[in-house]
Design a binder for this molecule. Structure first.
Ligand code: PMV
Length: 330
């Protein structure tokens, strides 16, 4: 009745923003991501007949009421699949700051989906696991797999064709790196889920976002398969700015950036003018991730460390998918 799983975060290069079904977490557009080797979440789940409710600890602290409610809601889906009503003790540890735009919900729900189903003796295949992880957080559907991953929006109302699949394994492009620059460890004020609902209902640019999502997806997939670094970088950076344009024009405005975020964006553009190949991408938070090739990573890290507000940098390569861990957290 107990299992532990680890999953890595993923960063989208063609992003997901908006849902066609909120209750089932079905996206309005498909997305492509890179699973990162440096950022992971480990989660232990134990179901036990003696418990009166679910409990949750994250990074050694009792979780907030909202976090417990979200986890319990997810565990209800697992309990329903299994046909049980017993509660669980859950402990989770991230090796990076959570809820600050570093995809902790992706690694978190992918690890929880695997640990919770195994704890109940269920052996889901990767596609079923991806569908389940999606119910916790859309991007978690992609963290089930390693390497480069595509999450198809699907068209069925019940979400049965909405899951992620790998497009290239982690060994495909070892020279490709993503430098994660942490600017603040504060948690974000508006969750991605809430943010995308506001954007869909109020941004005048949202339809334009949807209008170019498919061509960005094709371009990103092709650039990954051909290992076309500049093609991928240009597509990813532009795609990120298109997504943020819809956020900026949401009512009330969703400005996930801090002043230092813009400093880094300009810094990366400046480096590029100096001949260093690098591109930025940013999610629903202030952190900046820089796509580059291994040969330039050291130089870029050094440059970033001189920019105001950069607290930490991590150079990540492509990582593996969700897996069972031997050592539990309790
Ligand atoms: O899965 P969520 O609810 O954390 O949403 C993820 C949204 C973005 O990170 C901004 C984009 C993406 O595709 O990961």
């Amino acid at each position: 009745m107990k299992a532990t799983a680890t999953a890595n975060a993923n960063i989208a290069l063609a992003k997901y923003w908006g849902q066609r079904d909120i209750a089932l977490t079905l996206p309005a557009n498909s997305s492509i991501s890179m699973t990162l080797d440096g950022l992971s979440t480990k989660t232990t789940v134990e179901f036990s007949g003696g418990l009166k409710q679910d409990s949750l600890k994250i990074d050694g602290h009792a979780a907030s009421r909202e976090e417990i409610a979200r986890t319990s809601g997810f565990l209800d889906i697992v309990r329903k699949m299994h046909g049980t009503q017993i509660f669980a003790r859950v402990e989770s540890e991230n090796n990076f700051p959570k809820s600050a735009g570093l995809a902790s919900s992706a690694s978190g729900f992918a690890a929880l989906a695997l640990a919770a189903t195994r704890a109940l003796g269920m052996e889901l295949d990767a596609i079923e696991l991806s569908k389940l992880a999606r119910r916790g957080s859309g991007s978690a559907s992609r963290s089930v797999f390693g390497g480069f991953v595509e999450w198809k929006k699907g068209s069925r109302e019940d979400g049965s064709d909405c899951y992620a699949t790998p497009i290239a394994p982690k060994e495909h492009w070892p020279e490709l790196k993503m430098i994660v620059a942490v600017l603040t460890k504060k948690e974000k004020a508006v969750s991605s889920e809430k943010g995308m609902q506001l954007t869909m209902s109020t941004s005048p640019l949202y339809n334009a976002w949807l209008g170019s999502a498919d061509s960005d997806l094709e371009a990103a997939r092709e650039a990954i398969l051909e290992k076309d670094f500049n093609g991928l970088g240009k597509t990813a950076e532009m795609n990120c700015l298109k997504m943020h344009s819809t956020m900026l024009t949401t009512e009330p405005h969703l400005i996930y950036w801090e002043p230092e975020t813009i400093g880094l964006m300009k810094g990366i553009m400046g480096l590029r003018e100096d001949g260093v190949e690098c591109y930025f991408t940013i999610d629903a938070g202030p952190q900046v991730k820089v796509l580059c090739l291994e040969k330039d990573a050291k130089r870029i890290v050094k440059y970033l460390s001189f920019l105001p507000g950069v607290k930490e940098t991590r150079v990540c390569g492509t990582g593996e998918g969700a897996r069972i861990a031997k050592q539990g957290l309790f």
